[in-house]
Ligand binder design. Structure first.
Ligand SMILES: [Zn+2]
Length: 76
């Protein structure tokens, strides 16, 4: 089976989203970068909305090796 480059991009995108959902559940998780396979992703958890009434948070992932970034919105 061969992948066209857009299928490959789609696969990598899915791996990033999976990485983001792991990070959502465990901010300390060690996740290999889906794009380069070399870096351990850095994870930020950024709340948004009012302090008293948070609307959710955004999980940011960044690879320190290839600098690829991804984010996942999590609504409360
Ligand atoms: Zn990378």
């Amino acid at each position: 089976m061969t992948f066209s480059s857009s299928d490959q991009d789609d696969l990598i995108r899915k791996q990033w989203l999976k990485a983001a959902s792991i990070a959502r559940d465990n901010l300390e998780a060690k996740i290999d970068c889906p794009s380069c396979g070399k870096g351990n992703l850095e994870i930020w958890d950024v709340p948004f909305g009012d302090e008293d009434n948070p609307a959710g948070r955004e999980i940011y992932l960044k690879c320190p090796v290839c600098n690829k970034e991804e984010s996942l919105l999590v609504r409360n």
